[in-house]
Design a protein. Structure first.
Length: 262
């Protein structure tokens, strides 16, 4: 087993796994952070050179390694969100290993070894890239085939007002019927944490009622000078409805489907 091959292979594999997790959870990490995450995974790969570890020790080490990669690649997050990201990377890694081991058992390429849950492939770089891409797109296909409410299309919303700008990811929802009661204008619903660069005191405020399966309530409404969805300016006049703790998960905003029509 060559250490240089072991490290380089795992840098590439961990980078692809982090990209897959970012797609699955609709994250937008900086490319440099993803690269650092891949390099961190490569730096941890020499654990394969240690004597075989017992499962009760190996599993916690795997979880700690996944948590470290998540911290490096995606940065700090609330405890619940951090655990979700770590669990996603842990699950994707096991799925990747399963697919790779299946392919290798069927085609029996030479130079494969698994030690302490670290995969070593002494194979052609082209073959490695092809197999990794196959696993990557297979996982994305599985996501599309099993998508439910969490599998709705996602867009990037950019708000501009008073020389300030903020951007966040939002679900495109065909069932979003919330409107500003007096004007009837559309409302983009977002968690307050998405609007950390804005103060409601700077903008015209409205109280916007809403109803959902979970009950009824009110949103603090504000208007932005300019709204862009995936880089395209929205010509409709609209409000931003601010909520606290209503929308959970990685994507914490909702955009009415009508606003995304061309």
């Amino acid at each position: 087993m060559y250490v240089d091959v072991l490290v380089v292979v795992n840098v590439f594999i961990d980078l692809m796994l982090l990209l897959c997790v970012s797609r699955l959870l609709h994250l937008r990490p900086k490319p440099l952070r993803l690269l650092l995450g891949g390099l961190t995974g490569g730096a941890l790969s020499p654990v394969a050179l240690l004597p075989p570890l017992p499962p009760l020790l190996n599993l916690p080490l795997d979880l700690l390694g996944a948590a470290l990669l998540v911290l490096v690649a995606f940065g700090r997050a609330a405890p619940k969100r951090f655990l979700v990201r770590t669990a996603a990377l842990f699950s994707v890694s096991f799925s990747f290993c399963g697919v790779m081991l299946f392919v290798c058992s069927v085609f029996r390429p030479k130079g494969i070894a698994v030690c302490n849950d670290v995969v070593y492939f002494n194979i052609s770089p082209i073959v490695l890239i092809i197999l990794t891409l196959v696993c990557y797109y297979a996982l994305l296909l599985l996501k599309k085939l099993t998508k439910g409410a969490a599998g709705k299309p996602v867009c990037t919303v950019t708000l501009r007002c008073g020389g300030k700008e903020t951007a966040f990811r939002a679900l495109i929802d065909t069932g979003c019927r919330v409107r500003e009661p007096f004007s009837g204008e559309y409302v983009i619903i977002a968690e307050r944490s998405c609007l950390q660069d804005f103060s409601l005191l700077e903008l015209s405020k409205r109280i916007i009622p809403f109803e959902s399966l979970g009950g009824a309530g009110y949103l603090e409404g504000m208007r932005a000078e300019q709204v862009l969805i995936d880089g395209k300016e929205v010509t409709n006049r609209l409000y931003i409805g601010v909520c606290d703790g209503v929308l959970q998960g990685e994507v914490r905003a909702i955009v009415p489907h009508e606003l995304t029509k061309t």
